[in-house]
Write a protein that binds this ligand. Structure first.
Ligand SMILES: Nc1nc2c(ncn2[C@@H]2O[C@H](COP(=O)(O)OP(=O)(O)O)[C@@H](O)[C@H]2O)c(=O)[nH]1
Ligand SMILES: [Mg+2]
Length: 251
């Protein structure tokens, strides 16, 4: 029997949520990777359903990191600024294509004096969400603690409600350029009105899930090759292939 409460009905994902802008998207497929859909249907997702993926939100002071997390997790918005002390996290449980999937959303403080604490929490992150004005030092610090090939990046333009649409679309053009350079997916959100907040986190959960399942499939196929090698250990060609596959999936 599971000790966990059932996943909330509004955290169930049955289809791939679409990207915000095709020009700055991690991918613009309209549905989940066919291998992922197949693995979920056949319940071949291994340990993914038991894992917790770490998402860290980094950016300068006051860009709106805490409000973004609070809007999604608690559906609240606080106009009064309260500095985040150190780091804090919220757990969010989803169900993606019938598989339980949990995200730990880490909120970090922008202050210099918390930088050293923050770097320890960056470790093991799978998704990162830098605020628009802060792609610089915070992102570099967070990436230092992780293998960049295992990390999915999102660039968020916050406080969309503050600028008139014409002005916003000009800023957005530059933001999209920056996102493309960073190989990040771009989103524009408002935590005040809630615009795109849910869509954004659903996309984060879905793309993180998709990459976790693909990594799991890769790992299990490498294991299978390893098993064959053990049986036919005299076959040097096969052995080499298996070694190569193993190192690739360890990346
Ligand atoms: N108008 C508007 N203000 C926002 C929005 N998000 C955050 N703020 C305000 O910006 C300030 C800083 O927000 P906060 O989330 O605490 O920033 P953090 O330091 O990045 O965590 C607060 O006064 C918020 O009320 C938004 O979407 N729209
Ligand atoms: Mg904060």
């Amino acid at each position: 029997m599971s000790v966990l409460a059932p996943v909330r009905r509004d955290r169930i994902i049955t289809e791939l949520p679409q990207c915000f802008h095709k020009e700055a998207a991690l991918h613009s497929r309209s549905s989940f990777h066919p291998q992922v859909t197949g693995a979920c249907q056949e319940q071949r997702t291994g340990t993914v359903g038991f894992k917790i993926s770490k998402i860290i939100v980094v950016g300068d002071l006051s860009v709106g990191k805490t409000c973004l997390i609070n809007r999604f997790c608690k559906d609240t918005f606080d106009k009064n600024y309260k500095a985040t002390i150190g780091v804090d996290f919220e757990m969010e449980r989803f169900e993606v294509l019938g598989v339980p999937f949990s995200l730990q959303l880490w909120d970090t403080a922008g202050q210099e004096r918390f930088k050293c604490i923050a770097s320890t929490y960056y470790r093991g992150a799978q998704g990162e969400v830098p605020g628009l004005t802060a792609q610089g030092p915070w992102l570099a610090d967070a990436l230092k603690e992780n293998d960049p090939s295992n990390v999915i990046l999102f660039l968020v333009g916050s406080k969309k409600d503050l600028s008139p649409p014409a002005q916003y679309s000009l800023m957005e053009r530059d933001a999209i350029k920056v996102a493309k350079e960073m190989q990040a997916e771009y989103w524009a959100v408002s935590s005040l009105t809630g615009e795109n907040v849910r869509e954004f986190f659903f996309r984060v959960a879905s793309l993180t899930f998709e990459s976790s399942v693909l990594a799991e499939l890769e790992k299990s196929s490498a294991r299978k090759i390893g098993d064959v090698v053990r049986i036919h250990s005299t076959d040097s060609d096969l052995y080499l292939t298996a070694q190569r596959r193993k190192s690739k999936c360890c990346l």
